[in-house]
Design a protein around this ligand. Structure first.
Ligand code: ADP
Length: 503
């Protein structure tokens, strides 16, 4: 074990860049954060400036290092990042050939439709566990090579490097010494065979991407290189890299098959640990790498709900029904009497299909609705229906996971901005019939990166030891009667049926 046990974790997210210094018990000692500019060059296109990301990473790291007594005290660095976002740079100069193309960017959609039409979807799904979609990196890299002047020739000459954000940061932090990624990030590129954990030659050929552009795929916890001392003031080993959702899975200490975490931010991401088995979903969920440690790949099934926090934002900004997101909690609770739950709860159903319905319904053309209105319906009932909709959608996802062979978990571990809402967590426990656990430290993504870096450096000897650094904050246990749960779920599903455009 190193003589110091402090870990510096970098969280490069879609809207901000953060650094957190942790001690070995998982306690945060200092935090620094910077917002990140979103660039929208055309409809459906989203970019980030990689130089802005790099400057922000250096700034936030230097700030937390200064706050905690200098770089000599740091055992290791961990990195977690927005997944799939693509950077291509010239190895000779270290300069990106264009802005980063962000995961949300849809410029590859037509290419994906074309590949689907040509019958490539099944092979891609079998190899990568992903659905053929422009979210993932492959069509973004292809676009860069096909569009940027001279890029294809430079790539053929072995001069260009591709990386997701972790890889770009690693390259810069090590002064161009390391061109590597971890298995979780690799699994989101649509170029990695998740069964072997290596780049797939057929897929590289399909997208005309030279292998020389691709980083080395390494364990999620292990050795990635040392920082150039000119950057943070010392040579610090980088020992953990993980995609953000997998980071949250690790930060929630979900290390056993069947454990599930659910992150409630703008959208909601559910990841279920499936152990050494790459389960194939019958409900169009993604099969992905949860982590790779000691050369062994562990898998997860991933489902997402497009609209979670956005429901609350919509009630606040468009409907003006609440002033602040947290007002939703008191408003929903105001309908219950001291004697118990409001008997009329669940009559109003809000289906937040603002951008279609995701897993397990998959109807991109569906649009939202509020059903079950009566003359007595007021703001509180509608806001409560908004919170309930997030829980109903989670129940649908858990149900789909059950159909895919994952039994009901002993607990659902939650995090993200909405997890601050105690009313929501109680209804979630009630409607999913599962205890809902919120950790004492809610920033699980960045904590996961710290855990992995600690493991990679030997601060922790095993995942079992990491588990002891996860602490329960609060727990909501189900109290709802089964008959009521069934009735409410039936009413919700009727609502969903009403907005669907296809059976
Ligand atoms: P992201 O990381 O996607 O930006 P966060 O995890 O920061 O999101 O969560 C922010 C979201 O959570 C917002 O959509 C906000 O409306 C919602 N939110 C925050 N606090 C509450 C609350 N107390 N009750 C309900 N929703 C909340």
């Amino acid at each position: 074990m190193p003589d110091t046990t402090r870990i510096l974790a970098i969280d490069q997210g879609t809207t901000s860049t953060r650094a957190v210094m942790f001690d070995a018990t998982g306690q945060p000692l200092a935090v620094s954060q910077k917002p990140l500019q979103q660039i929208y060059p055309a409809d459906g296109w989203v970019e980030h400036n990689p130089e802005e990301i790099w400057t922000a990473v250096v700034d936030v790291c230097r700030t937390v290092i200064a706050k905690t007594g200098g770089p000599e005290n740091i055992a290791a660095i961990g990195i977690t990042n927005q997944r799939e976002t693509t950077v291509v740079w010239d190895k000779r100069t270290g300069k990106p050939v264009m802005n980063a193309i962000v995961w949300q960017d849809r410029r590859g959609a037509a290419r994906c439709a074309d590949l689907k039409q040509k019958g490539h979807e099944q092979t891609i799904q079998d190899k990568t566990g992903l659905l053929l979609d422009s979210y993932f990196s492959a069509t973004k890299i292809e676009w860069v090579l096909n569009t940027i002047d001279g890029a294809r020739a430079a790539a053929k000459g072995g001069h260009l490097a591709f990386g997701t954000i972790d890889t770009f940061l690693l390259w810069r932090l090590t002064g161009g010494q390391a061109h590597a990624t971890d298995a979780t990030n690799a699994s989101r590129t649509m170029l990695c065979n998740i069964h072997t954990g290596s780049w797939d030659t057929d897929l590289l050929a399909l997208f005309s991407i030279p292998k020389s552009m691709l980083p080395d795929i390494r364990d999620t916890a292990g050795s990635f290189g040392q920082t150039d001392p000119g950057i943070l003031g010392a040579e610090i080993p980088i020992c953990g890299i993980v995609g953000d959702q997998q980071g949250a899975l690790v930060g929630q200490a979900c290390f056993a098959p069947g454990m599930i975490k659910s992150t409630y931010g703008t959208g909601c991401f559910v990841l279920a640990h499936t152990g050494a088995k790459a389960l194939k979903s019958r409900n169009r969920m993604l099969t992905t790498i949860a982590y790779q440690i000691g050369g062994r790949i562990t898998y997860a099934l991933e489902g997402s709900i497009f609209n979670a926090g956005t429901v609350i934002q919509w009630l606040r900004d468009n409907m003006k029904m609440i002033e602040h997101a947290e007002d939703s909690e008191a408003l929903a609770a105001s309908l219950d009497s001291p004697e118990g739950k409001d008997e009329n709860a669940g009559q109003v159903v809000l289906v937040p299909a603002f951008t279609g319905l995701g897993a397990p319904h998959w109807d991109p053309h569906a649009r939202g609705a509020i059903l079950g209105l009566t003359r007595d319906t007021g703001v509180a009932e509608v806001v409560r229906a908004g919170l309930e909709s997030v829980c109903f959608q989670t129940a649908d996802l858990l149900n789909a996971l059950r159909q895919d062979g994952i039994p009901a978990p002993f607990a659902l571990r939650v995090d993200g901005g909405m997890a601050a809402n105690a009313w929501l967590l109680q209804f979630l426990a009630d409607i999913c019939d599962v205890p809902v656990e919120r950790p004492s430290y809610g920033e699980t993504t960045v904590l996961g990166a710290a855990f992995l870096a600690g493991l990679g450096r030997g601060v922790y000897s095993s995942l079992d030891e990491v588990k002891t650094a996860w602490h329960l904050g609060s727990r909501a246990t189900p109290t709802m009667k089964p008959a009521r749960r069934t009735a409410l779920l039936e009413n919700w599903r009727k609502g969903v049926e009403r907005v669907k455009t296809q059976p």
